[in-house]
Write a protein that binds this ligand. Structure first.
Ligand SMILES: C[S@@+](CC[C@H](N)C(=O)[O-])C[C@H]1O[C@@H](n2cnc3c(N)ncnc32)[C@H](O)[C@@H]1O
Length: 277
């Protein structure tokens, strides 16, 4: 039974205090398990790629590991993002990397690092309110986060402002910590329904469109404004497809409305991606 279903059944039947205590305990156990699994993965992958002298994969593992503290998507989400970005560099696809829903900047930074490593001069566009999530709408069934996020360990509801990463925090990661080139990165602050229509022409061709905005309206707005900019063979990543019902609904409706037959590839943690036909 999926974690979220177990969670909502327990929430319904257990007294509130007991539910919250169990929830916090489960979050801690999950967090500790993730850390252990990550450490084992990196150690194993590092030894293996060193032994077989696979420099490309060693670089990938090191980059993902470096970025991990700045993201909510975890190791698997980062690996998928890295592969999408590196794949478009390898295929020489035109266009930039775009992330809608940046939070503390990890996934966007990862794509920009891939572009830097490939010396492609590829640009990245980062769109976010930098004020955290907006209100859910009726299209979003009530959803508890699977694990509490690092900045609010006690959170048990998805309130507006959740998933906050500030503009300054992301700027500092990109330019001070990682030393990325300011000429190749564009950060746009504001709500998507205003910023995306305003900027879609400036953004131009897109090689990787990463949508990580949780809610129905946010996901819908990203697809409606930016999908047409994605080049043929370019990749669209929908980070919350399998974990947030509203996000899935917005994506399915969009694909259906456009008559798009795409093959969704799942990353095993709720995210999915597809190549634009
Ligand atoms: C789950 S977080 C993104 C996580 C991030 N990609 C990472 O690597 O950690 C979702 C982000 O989407 C942003 N967001 C959601 N809906 C938005 C909207 N309509 N306009 C602007 N930003 C939005 C929130 O501010 C939040 O930073």
């Amino acid at each position: 039974m999926p974690f979220a279903t177990t969670q909502s059944i327990m929430k319904k039947w257990l007294p509130e205090g007991l539910f919250k205590a169990l929830y916090r305990l489960a979050s801690r156990v999950y967090g500790a398990w993730q850390k252990t699994a990550d450490a084992a993965y990196y150690a194993g992958a590092y030894v293996y790629y060193t032994l077989i002298l696979d420099r490309k994969n060693l670089r990938k593992i090191k980059t993902v590991r470096r970025i991990l503290p700045y993201t909510m998507v975890g190791r698997t989400g980062l690996l998928t993002t890295y592969d999408a970005a590196a794949g478009s560099e390898k295929a020489g696809l035109p266009g930039c990397f775009v992330e809608c829903g940046v939070a503390r900047g990890g996934s966007s930074a990862l794509m920009a690092l891939v572009a830097r490593d490939h010396r492609s001069g590829r640009k990245s566009w980062l769109f976010d309110s930098f004020e955290g999530l907006p209100e859910q709408t009726a299209e979003d069934e009530y959803q508890e986060p699977l694990v509490a996020m690092p900045q609010d360990k006690s959170a048990s509801v998805v309130a507006p402002g959740y998933c906050l990463g500030t503009f300054g925090e992301v700027e500092s990661l990109l330019f001070d910590t990682l030393g990325l080139d300011r000429d190749n990165l564009f950060m746009v602050k504001g709500w998507f329904d205003r910023t995306l229509p305003e900027h879609c022409n400036k953004v131009g061709d897109i090689a990787v469109l990463r949508i990580d905005a949780d809610w129905y309206e946010s996901t819908k707005c990203c697809l409606e404004n930016l999908y047409d900019n994605v080049v043929s063979g370019g990749r669209v990543i929908i980070d919350d497809y399998g974990s947030v019902p509203g996000c899935k609904k917005a994506t399915d409706e969009f694909l259906q409305k456009r008559g798009l037959k795409v093959s969704l590839q799942f990353d095993g943690r709720g995210g999915c991606s597809f190549a634009k036909p």
